[in-house]
Design a protein around this ligand. Sequence first.
Ligand code: SF4
Length: 227
Amino acid sequence: MARSRAASGATTTFARLRAQHPDAHCELDHHDPFTLLVSVVLSAQTTDVAVNQTTPQLFARWPTAAALATADVAEVEMALNRIGMFRQKARNIVALSRDLVDRHHGQVPRTLEELVALPGVGRKTANVVLGVAFDDPAGVVVDTHVLRLAQRLGWTNRDEPEGVERDLMALFPRDQWDLLGHTIIFHGRRVCTARKPACAACTVNDVCPSAYRADDVGRKPPRARRK
Ligand code: SF4
């Protein structure tokens, strides 16, 4: 089936963004699917840098699901106390470790349905794990950067992550979904930032419908921006 003009235009734009960010990859340090899964859970509303500063000590003490499943939640809280929502995240990573031990032989499952059934794991986290750890994405990772850039680049008109993900899955072939997420996140962090998109330095400013007027496209409304 012939690809639509929109899809081929999006693919061309993506190829140019890939050329601008050839090193795009998951920036969360990890050793295996378990440490990746925990790191992604910890990264909610927290920078990857802050997570990477916390996880070496965490995984030195509790390196596997079996170890973390038996941990005292209060001690895990202390290990996480420099990142946001650390109490809730401590409860979640201990509970998900128990689930991995009880229902998955201590291993990280390889399906979206099984992953999203784990405590603290949503579709975005599951997509990161499936794409990065298993090279088998079930969808496109839609975080705040991907949502904002998909809107700015004219790849979606939607506001909710699930709808944006569906639009991206329709525009791009499956074998591009994983790298699409990493590349767009790199671009969102380094060039097309929420407050000050650097359109003059952007490799796709000749085709982006929001170029030089993107400040209010894809940003959260003012009330949601408050910390
Ligand atoms: S031209 Fe500007 S708004 Fe468009 S993707 Fe590039 S930095 Fe973002």
